[in-house]
Design a protein around this ligand. Structure first.
Ligand code: TPP
Ligand code: MG
Length: 348
């Protein structure tokens, strides 16, 4: 019996609900690339190219389904450290994205403004107030864009989240609060930190609708986020969506989940794999055949390998740059550190 068995992720058949086949195949493609690239990234960490990596294995439907609902011209995503498949779906330069895991540049080497995907943020809960601020700014300037704030079940216990949601509720900010409840905040399970048992239920207190969705069903996620975006865009204010999913791998490459959870739980969730579920539904509906899946999976592996090679070979930026973006006017202390760094760099 798994410890965690959320009702909304019961593994039922994915209901395609008349969605256009090309969009459904696109969701599958992005999920397949994300899975392949995730595997390459773990391998890069093992080879010493990445100091660390945070896998999203198991969360592909939640990430791809939500990101595919965004208007890439208008909206803006505020990610945590685990949103690689969101970046991919939004068309972010993935070598630039992966540069953050190689520690080439804090937050990555892609352009957040052009890609409308914020810098990777390792502060738990940190991107959520940013999303609300951006959304309010967008409304004040008369724009039609919406923000989507990504956060985890653990982040939902942070003060930042509550302040951000209340503020958004009071001011009717066009923002979608998208919680990926992957059952664990590092080694802390939901039941040890989510009083009341539901993150979505908290929405009532902030004057916004809250809903849980099967986070391993890309189509259900896409539908839920599209609805929330439509509501926000038409002046209806914020919403909270709790996507019930599961982190199949360790919290990060530095973690050993065997110390806090059992293999039966992992097996249970592997049986609800989001990619296998979408594949079964596409086959059942006759929207894709085995030739499509073979070709897509091969292309996914090729693309992942190209990104892997790109990030492995990317030149390291000039180390002196670490001093140039701290303050507009550098302090004397910073100048001193910079001089010391230069002297050491010249000696080495
Ligand atoms: C403000 C802050 N507190 C603590 C940490 C250490 N920390 C890193 S990840 C993590 C767990 C976050 O869990 P959750 O929000 O569920 O996201 P998940 O890792 O499961 O995607 C913690 C406590 C941090 N990075 N930032
Ligand atoms: Mg979590």
């Amino acid at each position: 019996m798994p410890t965690h068995e959320p009702a909304a992720a019961d593994g039922a058949a994915v209901d395609l609900g008349g969605a256009p086949p090309e969009r459904l195949r696109g969701l599958y493609r992005d999920m397949a690339v994300a899975r392949a690239l995730d595997g390459e990234a773990v391998a890069l960490q093992r080879q010493g190219v990445f100091p660390a990596y945070v896998s999203l294995h198991g969360q592909e439907a939640a990430q791809v389904g939500s990101a595919a609902a965004l208007d890439r011209e208008l909206d803006f995503a505020f990610p945590t450290y685990r949103e690689m498949a969101v970046a991919l779906t939004m068309g972010v330069d993935m070598v630039g994205y992966m540069a953050s895991h190689r520690a080439l540049w804090h937050g990555g080497l892609y352009d957040p403004m052009a890609s409308r995907f914020g810098p990777v943020n390792a502060v738990v809960g940190g991107p959520v107030p940013h999303a609300v601020g951006w959304a309010l700014g967008e409304r004040l300037r008369g724009g039609r864009g919406c923000a989507i704030a990504y956060f985890g079940d653990g982040a939902s216990s942070e003060g930042d989240i509550h302040e951000a949601m209340n503020f958004a509720g009071v001011f009717g900010a066009p923002v979608v609060f998208f919680c990926q409840n992957n059952q664990w905040a590092l080694s802390v399970p939901n039941e040890a930190q989510v009083a009341g048992g539901s993150i979505a239920a908290r929405a009532t207190g902030y004057g916004m609708p809250g809903a849980t969705v099967d986070g391993n069903d890309a189509v259900a996620v896409h539908r839920a986020v599209s609805g929330a975006l439509e509501r926000a865009r038409s002046g209806g204010g914020p919403s909270l969506i709790e996507a019930l999913t599961y982190r199949i791998g360790p919290h990060s490459t530095s973690d050993d989940p065997g110390r806090y959870r059992g293999p039966e739980e992992e097996r249970y969730w592997r049986g609800r794999d989001p990619i296998a579920r979408l594949r079964a539904a596409l086959e059942e509906a006759g929207h894709a055949d085995s030739a499509f899946f073979d070709e897509t999976d091969a292309l996914a592996r090729e693309r992942a390998a190209r990104i892997r090679d790109g990030v492995s070979a990317a030149p390291a930026p000039d180390g002196a740059e670490m001093f140039t973006r701290v303050y507009r006017e550098p302090t004397e202390a910073l100048r001193r550190q910079q001089r010391a760094w230069h002297e050491e760099a010249e000696l080495s």
